[in-house]
Design a protein around this ligand. Structure first.
Ligand SMILES: [Zn+2]
Ligand SMILES: [Zn+2]
Length: 407
């Protein structure tokens, strides 16, 4: 029974280990320092802080540095101990973990707030996106700008394939652009269109060549780039905009976090189906009653036009009467009940309704998330100025047992 499945007690969940408070404005990014009980945070309050766990079990800021402009994003490169900080004034500043003073600065990286950055040690490049609608790439050896491309709307997030120098840029129009970056030049490979709202976050898995995107339309899409067949999987379970993603290669789990504090763990190691394209029709594809814009048929049949709906399982255009039932259909990513036509409803078996994701409460606005799968740790932060450190071994525990270590 569906009711039994949904009321099943959920014991495996993220466990809150620590709360870090002290920032006086939104915390825009927090990252875990590998192999150390440490967290680096950047905030709208214009500070960068390195927090280390004391014997008391509490985290205290061991280093604290103020800058001239709010810190909008951060990227931490552990091997070189370099911290890349994007600022509200468009600058990208590079500093070192142990001192936090700027060792390099790109003051004109953007003309407006920096939204995301990736550092590539291989090429000594830092790639960044900003609210000046551009993606920029710069050389950290020479300190010079290498190239820039402008989009038609704010560039909000970024992922980068280090091996092939391809950048994925998500923007406020809901598009994702794939660019190949070269020194001094670049080419646009393709644009990915699927979301109905601004892209909030991207995650690229270079091994399985999968791109995950989360957006303000509350959904996550998995783009099978490596498969080259344009296969996309839609994942719907959040009730707010999706702002953080992380794919765990070994257990094939996807973690997604939304602005309302929702934390979802998706099982991607299972057979999933693509959601159908929505079909267009002038009349219900079940009972053939005309939709309201079909004036001619309405006149001929002397019937009133009906509103058009779509069955999420078959994609057919149907009237409300022919699609009165709702069902979850996790195989297509629908973890909460959605509209299905009566014929499809009858084909959905009880076992088809078994959830393929678990949902948890972060209980704060999650703007950014970082994970250390080898220790089973997750850190979340947001506009409530709080940083939370979680033990997620219960939900992603198997990655530890198998000795998986992150790249
Ligand atoms: Zn109908
Ligand atoms: Zn249907």
């Amino acid at each position: 029974m569906a009711a039994e499945i949904h009321s099943r007690p959920q014991t495996a969940r993220p466990v809150l280990l620590n709360k870090i408070e002290g920032h006086s404005d939104a915390v825009n990014a927090a990252v875990l320092i590998p192999k150390e009980d440490g967290v680096i945070t950047v905030s709208e309050d214009r500070t960068i802080r390195v927090w280390l766990k004391r014997d008391s079990g509490q985290y205290w800021p061991s280093i604290y540095h103020s800058v001239s402009s709010p810190c909008s994003c951060m990227s931490y490169h552990h091997d070189s101990r370099r911290i890349f900080i994007g600022q509200d004034n468009g600058a990208v500043v590079v500093s070192e973990n142990r001192r936090l003073v700027a060792v390099l600065s790109f003051s004109a990286a953007h003309q407006n707030r920096v939204s995301a950055m990736v550092f590539s040690l291989e090429s000594e490049w830092v790639v960044s996106t900003g609210h000046d609608k551009s993606v920029s790439w710069m050389c950290t050896q020479s300190g010079s700008m290498l190239g820039r491309h402008y989009f038609t709307s704010w560039a909000s997030c970024l992922q980068y394939d280090h091996e092939t120098q391809h950048a994925f840029v998500g923007d406020y129009s809901g598009q994702i652009t794939l660019l190949k970056l070269e020194k001094q030049t670049y080419s646009i490979i393709t644009t990915l269109k699927g979301h109905e709202g601004s892209i909030g976050t991207l995650w690229w898995d270079p091994v399985q060549r999968l791109l995950f995107s989360g957006a303000s339309d509350h959904s996550v899409i998995m783009w099978d780039i490596g498969g080259r067949k344009g296969r996309t999987l839609l994942l719907q379970g959040h009730h707010e905009r999706v702002q953080a993603l992380r794919y765990l290669q070994f257990t094939r789990q996807l973690l997604s976090c939304s602005a309302d504090g929702g934390i979802a763990v998706w099982n991607m190691d299972t057979q999933r189906e693509e959601a159908p394209q929505w079909l267009d029709s002038d009349s219900c594809q079940k009972c053939e009653q005309p939709f309201f814009w079909n004036i001619k048929q309405m006149w001929d049949n002397k019937t009133l036009g009906l509103r058009q709906h779509h069955c999420r399982k078959c994609g057919k255009a149907v009237c409300g009467k022919c699609s009165s039932k709702r069902s979850t259909f996790p195989i297509m990513g629908f973890e909460f009940p959605v509209r299905v036509c009566d014929a499809c409803f009858d084909t959905i078996k009880e076992e088809d309704r078994t959830p393929l994701a678990t949902f948890h409460e972060g209980k704060h606005n999650i703007a950014h998330m970082d994970m250390d799968p080898s220790r089973g740790l997750m850190v979340t932060c947001g506009s409530d100025r709080i940083v939370k450190i979680w033990d997620v071994t219960q939900v992603v525990g198997s990655s530890l047992a198998t000795g998986f270590s992150p790249r």
